[in-house]
Write a protein that binds this ligand. Structure first.
Ligand code: ADP
Ligand code: MG
Length: 260
């Protein structure tokens, strides 16, 4: 057992108004350990984005508890989370470098932000040549790398990613998955990534948690991601995760898992 980075206990989150209100998270328990790469997988509508927004502190719980213990020996305010969504959401009037330094503009981050480190991130993320470019000059994959760099630049204690590569074409998606694995290992980041793509989950996560539409984590597995993505299709765990995909989730879309 490692140190806890973030923990949800008995989390309940309802969407909609009574009498149509529905508990999307319904007594969900989840613990994320420091340095873990957790991938939460589940069909569309199973509550992945809701879970991520709750973990980010962007949405309050209706009941239950969210804990984010401060990092070891870190004094002062709680470190921020970094959040990346499916769309990069870069500010179009700022350059890549300025977008990455955006966190510096917020008072809460001042002490945590270091311009030298931001330059290093540009280099590490392969973005130095694009530092002065504007978002409309970037490809989708480049823009998403900038979005991840911006989230990492504030030195978050947890990096949260919501289907970050689903809008990209397959070859760019594969390249960014490789890239993210390297970045996460090199920077020893604690990550929670949600996706409906089981193969992506098995290639990235050292733990896989399944949301099956019940509002709770239906199952969770420790996992050693294969070195080669070609091995993902043969993993016994793949069949077990897919077996947990219910087709009766409201608004479920399992198209992303049927192929292959
Ligand atoms: P996922 O990311 O797994 O596709 P979501 O967390 O986005 O799932 O949504 C889970 C369920 O909650 C869906 O049925 C969705 O329609 C509903 N939902 C999500 N956000 C809201 C909201 N802000 N208001 C009302 N219903 C919502
Ligand atoms: Mg979603």
């Amino acid at each position: 057992m490692g140190t806890v980075a973030v923990r949800l206990t008995g989390a309940i989150k309802r969407h909609g108004r009574a009498p149509a209100a529905r508990a999307v998270l319904d007594g969900l328990d989840l613990t994320v350990d420091r340095d873990e790469f957790l991938v939460v997988v589940g069909p569309s509508g199973s509550g992945k984005s809701t879970l991520l927004r709750v973990l980010a502190g962007l949405e309050p719980l209706d009941a239950g508890r969210l804990e984010r213990p401060a990092g070891d020996g870190v004094a002062g305010p709680r470190p921020p989370t970094g959040v990346v969504f499916q769309q990069p959401l870069l500010l179009p009037w700022l350059t890549v470098r300025q977008n990455i330094r955006l966190g510096q503009r917020y008072r809460a981050n001042r002490g945590r932000f270091d311009a030298g480190a931001a330059e290093e991130l540009l280099a590490r993320f392969g973005l130095t040549a694009l530092g002065d470019a504007y978002p409309d000059q970037l490809s989708g994959g480049q823009a998403q790398r900038v979005a991840v760099a911006r989230a990492v630049a504030v030195r978050p204690d947890v990096l949260l990613l919501d289907e970050p590569f689903s809008a990209l074409d397959p070859s760019t998606r594969a390249a960014l998955q490789d890239w993210l694995r390297e970045i996460v290992a090199a920077l020893r980041l604690t990550v929670v990534l949600v996706t409906h793509d089981v193969d992506e989950a098995l290639y990235l996560g050292d733990r896989i948690a399944l949301l099956d539409g019940s509002g709770r984590v239906a199952d969770s597995w420790r996992h050693q991601p294969p070195a080669d993505r070609a091995e993902v299709g043969d993993l016994p765990l793949r069949a077990r995760v897919l077996a947990g995909y219910r087709t009766d989730v409201v608004g479920a879309d399992t198209s992303g898992v049927a192929a292959r």
